[in-house]
Ligand binder design. Sequence first.
Ligand SMILES: [Zn+2]
Length: 80
Amino acid sequence: MIVRLILLILLAFLGYTAINAIQRFFVGSANRDQDDSDTMVPCAQCATYIPVDSALKRKHAGKIYYFCNKNCLDLYRKQP
Ligand SMILES: [Zn+2]
């Protein structure tokens, strides 16, 4: 009787640990994804902040410039 109770507690503990580990794995990877898309960069033309993932990138003189859309990129390139 007591042995069965101990086994039950042990199983419950193992299940709890496993669920915790799985949750931590999924939450951890979700956080990593969010960190990447959360990085905001200013548009070099209109100074609007956009997520780095959706920004247009243009390397110029060793520096990377970000643009919110193609219009801004074209305007920036037309400048002297
Ligand atoms: Zn812009």
